[in-house]
Design a protein around this ligand. Structure first.
Ligand SMILES: Nc1ncnc2c1ncn2[C@@H]1O[C@H](COP(=O)(O)OP(=O)(O)O)[C@@H](O)[C@H]1O
Ligand SMILES: [Mg+2]
Length: 214
């Protein structure tokens, strides 16, 4: 379903260049759960953002269902991101001026999506928080809301960049079991983690070192 073909990404800063991804190639099939592991600075986040259509690589292709996402026009790229990919980050990126409910509703275009918000709030035990604002929430609660926002549109692929990096063990296990449920229902998961305990949920590992797959 996803073909990552010879991806190279170089950052340039102050006349210097730095190769963050060096000829990375692998495949993900529908229903895969892949952990991307490796030391800090090895290119994990860059890889995930590239797959999500957020960072344009210098060379190589990201094929989603045989189409190169970086050959799409900007409307096509928007659709790819909006309809097929859900993101969860270590920093939750909730909108501070919107309530819990409104933060989730923000991504719903179809009425059917909005209709599911209440049941997801219930499943994630945050129904009583629906009218609160992000500043009033604990980090564990914020991540559950970010998670709902990522999957409420029923994307094929969930891209999670150290989603438990700021959480305590209890909240980590809540998020990991929500991701596991998404996977059980047929979703494809790419999870960046440097925590072995978290990566153990995956069926397959990909290890990056200095931007290369090892
Ligand atoms: N916007 C950027 N400009 C310059 N260098 C960057 C930028 N983003 C990341 N890097 C560098 O690229 C390397 C890989 O970063 P990253 O993908 O965030 O690694 P990881 O997620 O594995 O810690 C790091 O050395 C980082 O400093
Ligand atoms: Mg990172």
């Amino acid at each position: 379903m996803l073909n990552i073909n010879h991806i190279t990404k170089t950052y340039r800063k102050g006349g210097k260049s730095f190769t963050a991804l060096d000829d990375v190639t692998f495949k993900a099939e529908k229903g895969d759960y892949i952990a991307i592991v490796g030391p800090s600075g090895s290119g994990k986040s860059t890889l995930l953002h590239t797959i999500g259509g957020l960072i344009h690589p210098e060379s190589g292709q990201i094929l989603y269902k045989d189409r190169d996402i970086y050959s799409l026009n900007s409307h096509g790229a928007d659709l790819y991101r909006r309809e097929n990919v859900g993101f969860v980050f270590q920093q939750f990126h909730l909108v501070p001026y919107l309530s819990v409910y409104e933060n989730i509703k923000l991504v719903c275009i179809q009425p059917a999506c909005t209709q599911h918000i209440e049941s997801y709030l219930e499943k994630c035990s945050i129904t009583p928080l629906r009218n609160k604002y992000p500043a009033e929430l604990s980090v564990g609660e914020k991540q559950r809301i970010a998670f709902i926002r990522a999957i409420i549109t029923k994307p094929d692929i969930l891209l999670a960049d150290e989603p438990t990096g700021n959480l305590d063990p209890l909240n980590s296990s809540i998020i990991m079991s929500l991701i596991a449920d998404f996977h059980k229902e047929g979703g494809t998961v790419l999870l960046v983690s440097h925590d072995q305990g978290t990566a153990k949920y995956a069926g397959r590992y990909i290890t990056l070192q200095g931007g290369k797959l090892v």
